[in-house]
Design a binder for this molecule. Sequence first.
Ligand code: NDP
Length: 413
Amino acid sequence: MKIYEMTDEQRIKLLLDGGYIDQKQAELLRSRQTISTDLADSLSENQIGSFSLPYGFATDFLVDGQDYLVPMVIEEPSVVAAASNAAKRIKNSGGFKTYPTSRIVYGQIVLENVTVEEIAKLEQNDSEIFAFAQQAHPSLIKRGGGIVSLKFNHYDQFEEIELGIDTVDAMGANMVNTILEKTSQKLATMISGDVLCSILSNSGQGQIITVEANVEYNQLATKTMSGEEVAQRIVKLADFAKKSVKRAITHNKGIMNGIDAVLIATGNDFRAQEAAAHSFAFESGQYQPFTEWHLADGKLVGTLKMPIELGSVGGAIKAMPMAQLSLAMMKIQNSQQLQSVVGAVGLANNLSALRALVTTGIQAGHMGLQSKSLAIAAGAIGPEIEQVAKKLNQTKNYTLQNAENILMELRGK
Ligand code: NDP
């Protein structure tokens, strides 16, 4: 039986039998009570409930030789299906290869009204400042991370001290802020001017990852188009995104569909990722797509390059049982492994979107899956949902009015 044809209970059993989750996690999923009131209260303010989103998983991800089921949290139909669909085509072609670089988070201490003499003094004492910052979070050094760079930048009346910090497996925002604030106290004793602020940068420049996939032409063919033709059309559309900002934005939105869904499922700060991604897209001065596609050696070659700002520990990740479940499902050992999987999902969603756009168009698959939401919006319940959705797909008239008419007919009204 195909996973998408299973009931949710059958899917939970599949995860359990496959060793992806344990009995306790299966019970957590079945309970549909994934966050306690105490936890909700501790995570955010003025809470009055919890807001649920569908939690599912994408299949067939072969990343750096390892198979993954990838948990995704998303309210938009077709994102999980699209990720799984492209992942399978890529798996059949050898899988994803990923090239993470570093895990550096940059932080800024901004000083104001510092004299030229004081700046010179700070620069002369850079190793002392570096050593002080290093000692501000000693456990990070024990974990193999810590301060890796210190730079002075001048901006008119401002002087910035930029620290590069390897936060190992944590996203690192709190850690970096703690280090910066402690270091700024030391700096305050060395200058007459003011410490305006100390805060990490979400630039993501130290967390850029490259993900590649070589896709066999035969994996791309449709009923009416050869795989090679589909590949050529994908390359053209991806090239167009380099020229048209409007297209590039939507191209990237499709990539973020997958990336954000995994970040939410793993309890990560997706706003940080969004901020990093936006700035990277504009790095050259013209907004650019995160992926590039070309033909080489009889294959379609796709490359995603972008910052992926996340952690596999820290923040809300440890506290949220569902985030722990997601990490367990993927058997995540460290943050770079999670970055690799997230990058692969981004590339997979991009391939699915491009393939659909240059062949049948996006609506053919999208509306087919949207039909269930439309059925529910029309008031369908239980088995009616599937029946109304099926009729909507047959009529291909995806309007609320049509869904309501079909439901009334079904109920004999
Ligand atoms: P934490 O403050 O939770 O720090 C990470 C924790 O993980 C530390 O307690 C650390 O322990 C522990 N840890 C365990 N194992 C490891 C390991 N292998 N590598 C690294 N740390 C490990 O979280 P972060 O500093 O990651 O901050 C993330 C949070 O900050 C998110 O919730 C985010 O929303 C929030 N935030 C984001 C901002 C932004 O993006 N602009 C601004 C402010 C907050 P130990 O201390 O013993 O080393």
